[in-house]
Design a protein around this ligand. Structure first.
Ligand SMILES: [Fe+2]
Ligand SMILES: [Fe+2]
Length: 482
């Protein structure tokens, strides 16, 4: 490995090397689930990974990767995950967790065939088998591969770990619907001037953070489901979810993520003081009505300031309530008398709010924008209305075809997007659950991966032709997704 490639300060070296290794290693691991070992793509991925591994061995003498909770240690130094690599790290983490492998070590330079043996061995390990590392070690010995070692993934007892994905889904659903219930309660208590149950809200947001850190697909999926009733309650919870998921990808520490969730959950608190007739008006608003609508950030801020219960949280809550209709270039409302920078929380919540407000139908928005279009608008206004860095991370997170999107494939099949690839190169090739029509209704078929290649033709097996409106086909997305 040429040395000038790593000309960064020593401090950053472990992060750079570790990131490079994980990226290549993860691509190779993913490759094994699609191609067999004779495929030329596997050859290329193996070669690329090999180059990185052996380069590191040459310069560092050893390559040791250890996972502790959700942290990665490269040669015993913690890797600082960059926002643009976040998705890959997380996906890699999930793959390793599923196999209970928490350590990988290369002690000398590796041979190509040995790396291939190892990666297929790793890829083929059983799910959730705690003794996988013993089996893998034996297999490596048996094949005389002395330079590669693996170790068990150690969990910490105090951490809520949801190994089972069904449990995880159930937990996420519970968090989502409890949060909606909570928002309702809060609105009522504000209207009746009763005390708020802040402790409960905090706990729920901590649960949401835990769930999102394990796997954000269920909660993001729930946020993406369009629901005609109870828009306001759903909206608050969705904004909190988008904000937490986004904040996590940006690298905001766990403790602050639940604060971000709280700020998201209560960003529109000021709307509780605006008459329902105005909020739900389908026609055009009069200038006075508009004036009132535009006052909700200030009203919300006042409501928060008046409540003592928030404690240290109040500054954060105010950022959400006050800034969420302010644009990146400081236009928008409320009008500022003194120019100041919008906080990171404010910028995150603005983007989450904008997306959720446009993507879901409501009384005065009968035909919601499809998300491709919204993401296009966001890109267009990036740097003016929105923080360009946050927009980028957001678009990577949502994907071009968000979870729950109904799509038509070139095979004339119809399906729902159920999983988005973490690799941005595959952003337009999600996993899709096929739907079949029979006996007067649509039924769930198998889940297909649009990144799959037909070996005979060397083309993708299936591609998306266009998105469809689930209402036109009487498909209740929620039913299939959760
Ligand atoms: Fe708002
Ligand atoms: Fe809002």
């Amino acid at each position: 490995m040429p040395e000038e490639r790593y000309s960064l300060d020593d401090e950053h070296l472990p992060t750079t090397l570790g990131t490079e290794f994980i990226t290549k290693f993860f691509r190779l691991l993913k490759g094994t689930t699609i191609y067999d070992r004779k495929n030329e793509i596997i050859d290329r991925l193996t070669q690329e990974c090999l180059q990185v591994i052996n380069g590191i061995i040459q310069s560092e003498g050893n390559l040791f990767l250890k996972i502790v909770r959700d942290n990665f240690f490269f040669n015993n130094i913690r890797i600082q995950v960059k926002a643009d690599r976040y998705a890959i790290f997380k996906a890699f983490w999930q793959e390793m967790r599923r196999r209970w492998i928490g350590e990988v070590e290369f002690s000398t330079e590796v041979k190509r065939e040995h790396l291939k043996d190892f990666i297929y061995l790793l890829s083929g390990l059983e799910e959730n088998n705690e003794s996988n590392y013993l089996y893998a070690t034996k297999q490596l010995e048996y094949r005389n591969i002395e330079s590669i070692h693996v170790g068990k993934l150690e969990f910490f007892k105090d951490e809520d770990i949801y190994i089972d994905s069904e449990d995880q889904k159930k937990y996420s659903k519970e968090v989502y619907f409890k949060s909606i219930g909570l928002v309702k309660e809060v609105v009522e208590s504000i209207n009746q001037q009763k005390a708020l149950n802040i402790r409960k809200a905090k706990r729920l947001m901590q649960n949401a953070v835990n769930a999102i850190m394990q796997d954000d697909s269920t909660l993001l999926g729930l946020a993406n489901i369009k629901n005609y009733d109870e828009y306001t309650f759903n909206h608050s919870v969705n904004v909190a979810i988008y904000a937490i998921a986004l904040g996590q990808r940006i690298g905001i520490p766990k403790k602050h993520l639940s604060h971000l969730g709280m700020a998201g959950l209560f960003h529109d608190m000021g709307k509780t003081k605006i008459p329902k007739e105005i909020l739900n008006k389908t026609g055009k608003l009069s200038p006075e009505e508009w004036g009132l609508m535009r006052a909700h950030p200030v009203i919300g801020t006042e409501l928060i300031m008046r409540m003592k219960e928030w404690g240290e949280l109040s500054t954060r809550m105010i950022e959400g309530a006050f800034e969420h209709h302010l644009r990146y270039d400081l236009t928008g409302y409320p009008r500022l008398t003194r120019k100041r920078k919008i906080t990171l929380f404010g910028r995150i919540i603005t983007i989450s709010d904008f997306y959720d407000a446009l993507v879901r139908p409501r009384v005065y928005n009968r035909f919601p924008y499809v998300s491709e279009k919204i993401l296009g608008i966001m890109l267009d206004r990036s740097g003016k209305d929105f923080d360009p860095a946050v927009v980028k991370v957001f678009i990577n997170m949502i994907g071009i075809y968000p979870l729950g999107t109904l799509v038509l494939l070139n095979t004339n099949e119809m399906g729902l997007v159920t999983q988005i690839h973490e690799d941005t190169e595959l952003i337009d090739r999600p996993k899709v659950c096929l739907l079949y029509y029979g006996d007067g209704e649509y039924r769930k078929g198998k889940v297909v991966d649009l990144s799959e290649i037909d070996e005979a033709t060397n083309h993708f097996k299936r591609s998306i032709v266009k998105t469809l409106d689930p209402n036109e086909y009487n498909i209740n997305v929620a039913e299939f997704l959760i």
